[in-house]
Ligand binder design. Structure first.
Ligand code: NAD
Length: 95
C-alpha cells in the first residue's frame, strides 16, 4: 500500500487494534501511530512492531474520551508523519 503516509490506530496496544496495525505494516505503509490509554502496553507494541517490520511505528498515550487530548495527538502525528490517511477505531474493552 504505497502512498499511505501514516495510519492512526486506536487502540493498538493489544487486541483488534494491534492486529490491524500488524496487517497494515505487512502491506507496506510508511508509518503507524498507535494510540492507547495504557502506556507500557503501547510502548511495547510500538517497539516490537517496529523491530519486526521496519515500519516507523510510534506510540501516543491518550484516552479516546479526551477530545482536546485527541486533537493534540493528531496534530503531533501530522507534525511527525506529514499526513494522516487511514484511521482505525478499535478502542474498547473485550470481556
Ligand atoms: N475481539 C473481537 O473479536 C471483537 C468482536 C466484536 C467487537 N469487539 C469489540 O471491539 C473492541 C476492542 O476489542 P479488542 O478485542 O481489541 O479488546 P482488547 O480489550 O483486547 O483491547 C482494547 C484496547 O483498547 C484500549 N482502550 C480501552 N479503553 C480505552 C480508552 N478510553 N482510550 C484509549 N484506549 C482504550 C485498551 O487499553 C486495550 O489496549 C471492544 O469494545 C470489543 O467489545 C471485539
Amino acid at each position: 500500500m504505497t502512498g499511505v503516509a501514516a495510519d492512526l490506530i486506536n487502540s493498538g496496544g493489544r487486541g483488534l487494534g494491534l492486529n490491524m496495525a500488524q496487517a497494515l505494516a505487512e502491506v507496506g505503509v510508511r508509518g503507524i501511530a498507535i494510540m492507547d490509554v495504557q502506556q507500557e502496553l503501547g510502548d511495547k507494541a510500538a517497539r516490537e512492531l517496529s523491530e519486526q517490520t521496519g515500519v516507523d511505528v510510534r506510540f501516543y498515550r491518550v484516552d479516546v474520551r479526551d477530545g482536546p487530548g485527541i486533537g493534540q495527538t493528531v496534530r503531533d502525528i501530522v507534525d511527525h508523519y506529514g499526513a494522516l490517511d487511514v484511521l482505525v477505531n478499535a478502542a474498547g474493552i473485550a470481556e
